[in-house]
Design a protein around this ligand. Structure first.
Ligand code: 5RP
Length: 222
């Protein structure tokens, strides 16, 4: 296991300690969330933990089912007790870029439905200013229009070769340092045909940062 994997696993293992029987747990997508899924499967087998899960991608659903975690159909999801998910970058105000795995649309729905969201990352993810390319999900019919709108905003759109779980286009948009994430999110939310983006600005309540030997836990204090 790489150093990064050890760090991700430490963050995930610390976060799943917050899960208690009876919860509906939103499970994220990606390599860090995968450690949370396997850890919850282990707790179900060893401790008799009883939970139901909702997933943020088809890959997560398959992994959860393989781990023995009872799963709710996505379109039956209305409210989630606790969401546990990774991030690609997160700033000191708990504003994050997600969607490296292309799952940010479902991730945003699950996070928004959650009473509490925990973000689990390794030490490479915290940044002062969000700046990595921002993933967006786009209706194929609106591709040229949305690409043009992104360029007008100073972004450089690059289409991914594979579509989203919903069959839509995934486009990474490099904006450079994002100094006003709230303003950019408002602008993106208003573009017709743009179905979702990876800016998570208010959803995250707690952050677990793992490294090789320890985990730092921080709570959001608004
Ligand atoms: O947003 C995501 C997937 O859409 C992931 O949480 C994000 O890409 C982090 O992935 P990893 O845990 O593999 O570093």
């Amino acid at each position: 296991m790489t150093t990064g994997d050890i760090s991700k696993r430490k963050a995930a293992e610390a976060a799943i300690a917050e899960v208690t029987s009876g919860m509906l747990v939103g499970l994220g997508t990606g390599s860090t969330a995968a450690f949370a899924i396997s850890g919850l499967g282990r707790r179900i087998a060893e401790e008799g933990l009883t939970i139901t899960a909702a997933g943020t991608s088809l890959a997560t659903e398959a992994a959860a089912r393989a781990a023995g975690i009872p799963f709710l159909a996505f379109d039956d999801l209305a409210a989630v007790d606790l969401c546990i998910d990774g991030a690609d970058e997160i700033d000191p105000l708990f504003r994050a870029i997600k969607g490296g795995g292309g799952a940010m649309l479902r991730e945003k729905i699950v996070a928004s439905a959650a009473t509490r969201m925990i973000c689990i990352v390794d030490a490479s993810k915290p940044v002062e200013t969000l700046s990595r390319a921002l993933p967006i999900e786009v209706l194929s019919f609106a591709r040229a229009y949305v690409e043009g709108a992104i360029r007008c905003l100073g972004g450089d759109p690059v289409i991914r070769p594979a579509p989203s779980d919903q069959g839509n286009l995934l486009i990474d948009c490099a904006f450079g340092p994002i100094v006003d994430p709230e303003g950019l999110a408002r602008t993106l939310d208003a573009i017709p045909g743009l179905l979702g983006h990876g800016l998570f600005l208010s959803e995250i309540d707690a952050l677990y940062i793992g490294d090789e030997t320890s985990v730092a836990r921080r709570e959001r204090h608004d």
